[in-house]
Design a protein around this ligand. Structure first.
Ligand code: PLP
Length: 390
């Protein structure tokens, strides 16, 4: 077994033991094709129906509104492109500058194909100006896609309010809820959200399974032509073990929602406070009053996030940085840049994202190690101004 201190749960999560146990029989015992006429396959179709109900219960919607996909990225692509095919006369998409690349690069590709894309900015705390968004939604707008919570900072957007506004202007509203499912309570029945994406591997199910929620009556084109699976909207033989796993993970998430917002949140706060009080010249990124309970994004001045990560890694601590290493050049996070975080501070940012599998002892271990790491890196940094050198 590995003994990593895993604090990178917004990247992916450990598959829960109960989830592994639930999915295993579908690899070697219950391997029938759910479309088959015989009972061996029919039983599996029945089990998929149960998984669909488990997902719907967590989202607060009807099981028929759940379409299983392969991941969050597929769901995001399907939502946007599937909507555009149904409204060929509308040529505009509205989104935000801080979306995940699954949405942003999809929109930028659409721009290359003649669509107009409006990207709404955020303020220094990562908050969205909803009035500004409202101004951009016009008769030509087919779909508005706004994430529910940001994967880097954890900042939560008021998607219910946005959905209402978008509906009033006659466009379809999609939200990328990949980071919120299982972390905050959801009730889609009481909202105006038309389409919602989620991803199994962010909530203790395995990689390779996701969901697109499609509100009853929402017009969306077929996004995978083939068989009749998923009401004909997404053909292809189902990823049965993945779907069963996701159902189980949703059932568990429902049970652990309170814990996410109490124990996990308290661990995150302890970690954040511990770091802020140990390390000078660092600050939290994001809307601290309106954040996912598990996420802390902290900028450390004068040093590179990558260097901090490497030193944490030596102690078995896994987190992630606000930079993406692309072909040798370190680009600071588009999210932090959109928020106006100065270039150097964006470079020195680290995201810690916790889960119910973290412990207080792990948090205290990180707090103990980080001070000396930051001091050591600053001693080596040419960017520390003399007044700040300690
Ligand atoms: N949307 C958000 C907000 C995410 O954080 C991620 C993954 O990090 C995705 C979409 C993509 O999900 P997947 O990895 O399942 O394709």
């Amino acid at each position: 077994m590995n003994n990593a201190i895993y604090m990178d749960n917004n990247a992916t999560t450990r598959v829960a033991d109960e989830v592994v146990a639930a999915m295993l029989p579908y690899l070697n015992e219950r391997y029938g094709n759910p479309s088959s006429m015989h009972t061996f396959g029919g039983d599996v179709a029945h089990d998929i129906a149960r998984a669909r109900e488990q997902v719907a219960t967590l989202l607060g919607c009807h099981p028929e509104e759940i379409i299983f996909t392969s991941c969050g990225t597929e769901s995001d692509n399907a939502a946007i492109k599937g909507t555009l095919t149904m409204f060929p006369e509308k040529r505009k998409v509205v989104t935000t500058r801080v979306e995940h690349p699954a949405v942003l690069t999809t929109c930028r590709d659409l721009e290359r194909h003649g669509y107009s894309v409006s990207e709404i900015g955020v303020d220094r705390a990562g908050r969205l100006d909803i009035d500004q968004l409202g101004f951009r939604v016009d008769d030509n707008t087919a779909i508005v896609s706004v994430m529910w919570a940001n994967n880097e900072t954890g900042t939560i957007f008021s998607v219910d309010e946005i959905a209402e506004l978008v509906k009033a202007r006659g466009a379809v509203f999609h939200t990328d809820a990949v980071q919120v499912v299982g972390k905050i309570p959801l009730n889609l029945r009481d909202s105006n959200i038309d389409l919602l994406s989620l991803s199994g591997h962010k909530l203790h199910a395995p990689k390779g399974v996701g969901v697109l929620y499609v509100r009853k009556g929402t017009r969306i084109g077929t996004f995978m032509h083939g068989g009749h699976q998923e009401s004909g909207r997404r053909g292809g033989t189902e990823n049965v073990p993945g779907i069963i796993a996701l159902g189980k993970a949703c059932e568990l998430a429902m049970r652990h929602l309170d814990e996410e917002n109490t124990r996990v949140k308290a661990l995150r706060d302890r970690l954040e406070q511990g770091i802020l009080s140990t390390c000078p010249d660092c600050f939290v990124n994001g809307d601290v009053d309106n954040r996912l309970p598990n996420t802390a994004n902290i900028s450390f001045e004068y040093i590179e996030g990558e260097s901090i990560l490497m030193m944490l890694n030596k102690f078995g601590v896994c987190a992630s940085s606000g930079s993406a290493c692309t072909s040798g050049s370190l680009e600071p996070s588009h999210v932090l840049r959109a928020m106006g975080v100065p270039f150097t501070a964006a470079h020195g940012s680290i995201r810690f994202s916790l889960s119910r599998f973290n412990t207080e002892a792990e948090v205290d271990f990180v707090i103990e190690k980080i001070g000396p790491i930051i001091n050591r890196l600053r001693e080596l940094s040419p960017f520390v101004p003399k007044a700040a050198a300690r």
